[in-house]
Design a binder for this molecule. Structure first.
Ligand code: GLU
Length: 312
């Protein structure tokens, strides 16, 4: 029996969406719709200090404005703490979780930077603490929780092909819960995609290097594994990845100057699905969608693409 395709939007509502976020949402939407599947919306608001309801609500209006409709949700990660704790307990009983007392400064001083995502490779400072050392350290500091990793994990990305990591060498034991009690992205995203029956994850390639850690978690938690398609990042003219700081490329600003069809058309053009940036609705791009057309390299935003004065 073939599984129904279930995709998701999983934005972090910590600011106004920029074109890079929208590019991911559009491709996730197209890939799922091209296969007649369903889309879930999940707000990744684990860190309630960095995220807000206001941004989440704006984000939903923005998706609807562009015609990127979802079928289920929104789910809120901030409401799912008990479930994440259950998942953490499942890993603990396997003897794979340990408390880590390293401070942020110690972590950055003692550990090599991660090859691709600006994180660091944890060298296992707290891996072998004795019960007495743990009790002693717990008196002055609440610990974070880490997962012990081992082995090589690889997968076949729908867009980039085979990718693998030796977890110990390339990532190190990674965080499941921060010392302030906030669950880590890696744990929550796997717990949720698994529980929500997601079969296909489409997202920026900045998360490609997280995928082996996530596959390792799927296996340990006994959850069904989705397929993954990572997509190129959108770069500003000076070669930086777009971020929430690029206010001009935020949808809030673009909405004032462009019709939703024009924004979708420009993104469809950048994705290689249109020969020129004409105005279209998302569903009009469905027949043209194919992973082969989507570029592999990161994409520089042409300076005139979102410059109203240069468009008729
Ligand atoms: N919440 C993450 C973000 O906004 C995306 C997570 C994912 O797609 O796995 O960057």
């Amino acid at each position: 029996m073939t599984r129904e395709v279930v995709g998701r939007f999983a934005p972090t509502p910590s600011g106004s969406m920029h074109l890079g976020n929208l590019f991911s949402c559009l491709l996730a939407w197209l890939s799922v719709r091209a296969q007649g599947g369903r889309i879930i919306l999940r707000m990744e608001n684990l860190d309630t200090h960095r995220t807000s309801r206001k941004f989440a609500e704006q984000l939903m209006r923005d998706l609807e404005f562009l015609g990127l409709h979802w079928d289920e949700g929104p789910y809120w990660q901030s409401e799912r703490g008990d479930y994440y704790q259950e998942c953490l307990d499942k890993l603990s009983v396997q003897g794979l979780v340990y408390p880590c007392f390293c401070s942020r400064a110690e972590l950055h001083a003692a550990n090599a930077p991660h090859a691709s995502d600006g994180d660091y490779i944890y060298q296992g400072t707290c891996r072998a603490l004795t019960a007495a050392e743990i009790a002693e350290k717990s008196r002055s500091r609440a610990p974070a929780m880490r997962l012990r990793v081992s082995g090589t994990v690889g997968f076949n990305d729908l867009h980039y092909g085979w990718y693998e990591q030796d977890l110990e060498r390339d990532c190190g034991d990674f965080l499941l819960r921060r010392s302030d009690g906030v669950f880590a992205y890696q744990l929550a995203v796997v717990a949720d995609d698994g529980a929500m029956g997601v079969t296909q994850v489409v997202r920026g390639r900045d998360l490609l290097s997280s995928t082996p850690r996530q596959l390792y978690l799927y296996k340990l938690l006994g959850l069904p594994t989705p397929e993954f398609a990572h997509i190129p990042m959108l770069l500003s003219g000076d070669g930086r990845r777009l971020s929430k700081r690029d206010a001009d490329m935020g949808l809030e600003k673009l909405r004032e100057r462009f019709l939703p069809e024009e924004i979708v058309g420009s993104l469809g053009y950048l994705a290689g699905l249109l020969d020129r940036p004409e105005a279209v609705r998302p569903h009009e791009l469905v027949p043209a969608f194919s992973w082969e057309k989507v570029p592999m390299e990161d994409i520089y935003l042409p300076s005139d693409l979102f410059d109203r004065s240069s468009r008729s």
